[in-house]
Every structure is written in structure tokens, then in C-alpha cells.
Design a protein around this ligand. Structure first.
Ligand SMILES: Cc1cc2nc3c(=O)[nH]c(=O)nc-3n(C[C@H](O)[C@H](O)[C@H](O)COP(=O)(O)OP(=O)(O)OC[C@H]3O[C@@H](n4cnc5c(N)ncnc54)[C@H](O)[C@@H]3O)c2cc1C
Length: 289
């Protein structure tokens, strides 16, 4: 089944994300995490993609496990910046052979030591979207950035390029993490005004430790509001308290989004089924509305 068909149903959908292990040794642990998350009745589980090597191979393995063994829709991420066009085509063909119908098409970050762009590689995610469409009838998701993508100084350009990407055949968008819902509402208004009409899944990252917050800020350049920073100041030194506060903060963000008419939410659950379960427990009655 295609994820877009699920997203178009008139009900609340919550999806989760896992990431592959760095080496094959860790795969059983990730399978165990997916098995627990599957019990939460997710709309789908997405699997991130690392550049090259075992990580990228394992994305397909994990997505297949989710789909075939757990009977849950899976979304395989695929990046193109660090692979040649030929390598990317092979991955798409492999996903097709495995019966994976849903792909999140991404450019990926550009490795520091690489000359980019070059003729061997796709330069932007929209080129990957077009390539995926040439290989079959996939449901294609793509990324978007409520605070703007870090490489682009001008948010208006970012939205113009996002529209071009969606027009190449993107079925839905998932946002970069954000911690202030007003930023998301403002972004939604601007992209709708720009004529982007596909479903947008807000990406919610439960931050359960001070180190995770630092990593997230480095990775995404996101703004942490004062309310979040107070939580970190007060509870960052106490792992149990920070975990509880981080889960409460993410829950609060989700409740506000749902109260404002958002129907589909993606949780960056980061191979932590206990965190995913705690949030779902907090929402148990709410998601029935
Ligand atoms: C939901 C989500 C999931 C992610 N999953 C992964 C993952 O699994 N693995 C991973 O490595 N990374 C992942 N990332 C990170 C992502 O790969 C990086 O943010 C990357 O830098 C941009 O990828 P993109 O697909 O958004 O690129 P693009 O859409 O190609 O945009 C990249 C930049 O180019 C600009 N641009 C686009 N088109 C044009 C144009 N025609 N002319 C000029 N400029 C243009 C954009 O404004 C932007 O600044 C994810 C990000 C998100 C939000």
C-alpha cells in the first residue's frame, strides 16, 4: 500500500522513524526496536539512509522486515549526493524488487571532502524524484524545512525550490524537526500560498537528553525556544527528569498540532520504542478523536 493513500484517510496518523546500525552487528537491535514500535499501530515506520556501505544496504533490509514480517507500511529513505547515478539506480531497482513502494527522496548532506556537484551525481533531490519515477510506480516523499534549509539564505527561494521539487512528482512532505509550532504554522501558510498542496507531516523530535539537544542543533540549525531552554537548564543534569520533560514537551507540541487541525504527524523516535510508547500513551484518547 502507498503511504499517500493512508495519509488521505480522514483520521489521525502517527508515524515513527528508525535508523540503521553502523555495522551489520547492530541489526538485530534495530529489528527489536521496529518490533516494539509496530505494536503502537503506526501509520508507517520510516528508515533513514546513511551514505554508502552497510548502512545503506541495511535501510532496505529493515524496511523489508517492517513491511513483510510486521505487516506495517515502511518508508525507505534514499539520498543521492554521496553515490553515483548508477549506484542510486541500483538501489531503486533493489527496492522495487523487494516490493518497497514508498521512498523518501533526499539529496543528503554533502561530505566535506567531496567536489560537488559533478556530472556523476544528482545535484538536487528533485532530480532523484524524477529518477525514481522513471523506475516505477512509487509513492514518493521529500523533505522540507520550516526554518529554511541551512544552505539557503533566503526562505522565499527555499519555498520556490520546494514547489519545483513537489511538481516533479512528490506525494507528501515531512518537515525537519522544529520546537516552536508557530514556525510550522507560518511555514504551512507560506507553502500553501505558493501552491504546494500535498500533505505535510510535521516532524517531532522528542529530546530526552542534553547531548541529544546539542546534536540536533548542530544537525538541523533549529531554534530552541526559551520554554525549551528552561527545561534543559532545570532538568538537563538529571537523565530521568530530562527524559520525562522531553516526552512531555513533544506530547504538548503534538496535542497543539492536532488541536489546530493537523492530521498526520511523524515522530523522530530514534530507535527508542520506550519513548515512542510513552508519547502514544499520553495521546491514547486524543488520537481517537
Ligand atoms: C524528513 C527528513 C528526513 C531526512 N532523512 C535523511 C536520511 O535518511 N539520510 C540523510 O543523509 N539525510 C537525511 N536528511 C537530511 C537531508 O539529506 C539534508 O537536509 C540535505 O542537506 C538536503 O536534502 P534535501 O532532500 O532537502 O535537498 P534538496 O531539496 O535538493 O535541497 C537542498 C538545497 O538546495 C536548494 N535547492 C533545491 N533546488 C534548487 C535549485 N533548483 N537551484 C538552486 N538551489 C536549489 C534547496 O533550497 C536547499 O537549500 C533528512 C532531512 C529531513 C527533513
Amino acid at each position: 500500500m502507498k503511504i499517500i493513500d493512508r495519509l488521505n484517510e480522514d483520521r489521525i496518523h502517527i508515524s515513527f522513524e528508525v535508523f540503521p546500525p553502523k555495522t551489520d552487528d547492530g541489526i538485530e537491535k534495530v529489528f527489536a526496536a521496529t518490533d516494539e514500535i509496530a505494536k503502537l499501530d503506526p501509520a508507517f515506520i520510516s528508515v533513514t539512509y546513511g551514505a554508502g556501505g552497510g548502512t545503506s544496504r541495511n535501510t532496505a533490509r529493515i524496511a523489508t522486515h517492517i513491511k513483510d514480517d510486521l505487516n506495517v507500511l515502511s518508508l525507505a529513505h534514499l539520498t543521492c549526493a554521496s553515490s553515483t547515478k548508477e549506484e542510486v539506480r541500483d538501489v531503486i531497482e533493489n527496492l522495487k524488487d523487494l516490493g518497497i513502494e514508498n521512498i523518501l527522496a533526499l539529496r543528503g548532506d554533502i561530505p566535506a571532502n567531496m567536489t560537488f556537484p559533478d556530472a556523476e551525481r544528482f545535484r538536487y533531490a528533485w532530480e532523484l524524484v524524477e529518477e525514481i519515477k522513471r523506475h516505477g510506480d512509487f509513492c514518493i516523499g521529500a523533505a522540507c524545512y520550516p526554518e529554511g534549509h541551512v544552505e539557503n539564505e533566503h526562505k522565499a527561494d527555499d519555498i520556490r525550490y520546494l514547489k519545483q521539487k513537489v511538481d516533479c512528482g512528490v506525494d507528501f512532505l515531512t518537515t525537519q524537526m522544529f520546537f516552536d509550532n508557530d514556525i510550522h504554522y507560518n511555514f504551512l501558510y507560506r507553502i500553501r500560498e505558493a501552491g504546494i498542496t500535498v500533505p505535510v507531516l510535521p516532524g517531532i523530535m522528542p529530546i530526552t537528553s542534553a547531548s541529544q539537544m546539542r546534536r540536533s542543533r548542530e544537525l538541523s540549525g533549529t531554534v530552541f525556544p526559551r520554554r525549551f531552554l528552561s527545561i534543559l537548564d532545570r532538568f538537563g543534569g538529571s537523565p530521568g527528569a530530562m527524559r520525562q520533560a522531553g516526552i512531555a514537551y513533544a506530547t504538548d507540541q503534538i496535542i497543539d498540532l492536532l488541536a489546530n487541525g493537523v492530521k498526520n504527524i511523524h515522530i523522530y523516535s530514534m530507535n527508542k520504542p520506550d519513548v515512542a510508547a510513552a508519547i502514544m500513551n499520553n495521546l491514547s484518547e486524543i488520537i481517537k478523536c
